[in-house]
Design a protein around this ligand. Structure first.
Ligand code: UGA
Length: 407
């Protein structure tokens, strides 16, 4: 097929690469010139494991351009543009703008919304553009996005128009994943329900971690492991820590909670999950203060990890960055280390190695689960393991989230 992909972020670029690999001719549209040049030079501007190689291998079937007129011949256009929240509410302006730009070029292509959008959006895009609109939410995770796209757990196809739905089914046939065909609105809500459920699971285990800390002999890791054997619960997304971050969970939980409130049918469980998540930084700070005292002024604190999780350079919605902001607000001296994050932080000292960062700090906080942090040497300095990557009590001065340190 001839496929357009509008917006070459993490999802757009991976979708482009995987669909080209599956034998389609793909035209990726990116309006940011710097990003576009990077794709055309074979150096994707984002780090996603395997993406550079995937693009290089399939470059014959991949075109990257900012020129919408190149979309004349396409059969479908995936919209993979950002849907940020502004004051808690979803901002759909990029969706409508990109949909209209496609509609100016072709009257026959089907629009496929991959970005996360509130229920009712596809119907509005259809009435504004006159094009058939399919809702095809994505469930890939950064860090494993290519594999998740090649072998997804399921494909959700929401559409009013049966032919358009069949077209999208054909595109994803090669994945052999189970396909659910439904209304646009169900498809749109399935995405929010899935992300909110996973975020709630994380907040559940984080609150339980707080309880574990008060009970001598309890460790949240073991409690989660014991729970996870039950297939109904599953072991995934039960890792306690600094709270969920990223470009999806924080934004999507807020957007759906706000949407539900407007519909006069609030999602109180999701609202509570958001509240619990917002208290995770306080938790880490309080563990630090228990050892260093209430006044953090001029104390040198080393933060290991800046990204919202390992195997990505993405710092959007990162809990580590929020932690740093809190430490700075408390007048601490903040030292940081991260192997790949591309972020300019003011008033912090970034070290090139974790060893230097540790040596120049009186206390260390592990804020991202980069594997290389598993073998740090700390010489009895205080370590807060906010990601639970170190074996319990492996150092004299180790405090782990969710582990009772009462002997
Ligand atoms: C998430 C979803 O997992 C994907 O299914 C979805 O497609 C994507 O959002 C999206 O909407 O685009 P992602 O944000 O890439 O994917 O990352 P996750 O692996 O879900 O992690 C999100 C956050 O939760 C991270 O900060 C991570 O450290 C944290 N987390 C995850 C925990 O604290 N505990 C866990 O057990 C799992």
């Amino acid at each position: 097929m001839k496929i357009g992909i509008i917006g070459l972020g993490y999802i757009g670029s991976v979708t482009a690469g995987v669909l080209a690999e599956a034998g389609n001719d793909v035209i990726g549209i990116e309006i940011d010139k710097k990003r576009l040049d990077a794709f055309n030079n074979g150096e994707p501007p984002i780090f996603e494991p395997g993406l550079k190689e995937l693009i290089a291998k399939n470059k014959k079937r991949l075109t990257f351009t900012s020129d919408y007129s190149r979309l004349k011949e396409i059969q479908v256009a995936f919209l993979t543009v950002p849907t940020p929240t502004v004051n808690g509410r979803i901002d759909l302006s990029y969706i409508f703008a990109s949909a209209k730009s496609v509609a100016e070029i072709t009257k026959t292509a089907t629009l496929i919304i991959k970005s996360t959008v509130v229920p009712g959006t596809a119907a509005k895009v259809n009435s504004e553009t006159g094009l058939a609109v399919v809702s095809n939410p994505e469930f890939t995770k950064e860090g494993t996005a290519i594999d998740d796209t090649r072998r997804p757990d399921r494909i959700i196809i929401g559409a009013k128009d049966g032919n358009a739905a069949n077209l999208v089914e054909k595109i994803w046939e090669f994945t052999e994943a189970p396909i659910l065909k439904t209304t646009n609105e169900n498809a749109e809500l399935i995405k929010y329900a899935s992300n909110s459920f996973l975020a709630t699971k994380i907040s559940f285990i984080n609150e339980l971690a707080n309880l574990c800390e008060t009970i001598s002999g309890c460790d949240v890791e073991t409690v989660a492991k014991g729970m996870g054997f039950d297939k109904r619960i599953s072991p995934y997304f039960l890792k306690a820590g600094i709270g969920y971050g990223g470009s999806c969970f924080p934004k999507d939980t807020t957007a759906i909670a706000e949407f539900a409130k407007e519909n006069k049918s609030p999602l109180t469980l999701v609202e509570t999950a958001i509240k619990i998540n917002s208290e995770r930084i306080d938790k880490v700070i309080s563990l630090l203060k228990e050892e260093l005292g209430n006044n953090l002024r001029e104390k040198k604190i080393g933060v290991l990890g800046l990204t919202f999780k390992q195997d990505t350079d993405d710092t959007r919605g990162s809990q580590a960055i929020q932690l740093i902001e809190r430490l700075l607000a408390e007048s601490a001296i903040v030292n940081v280390y991260d192997p790949i994050a591309k972020v300019n932080l003011e008033n912090v000292k970034r070290f090139k190695t974790k060893e230097d960062c540790i040596e120049n700090s009186v206390a260390i906080i592990i804020a991202t689960e980069w594997p290389e942090f598993k073998n740090i040497k700390v010489n009895d300095k205080l370590v807060i393991d906010a990601k639970r990557i170190l074996p319990p009590r492996s150092f004299n001065n180790l405090k782990s989230i969710g582990l009772s340190w009462r002997k």
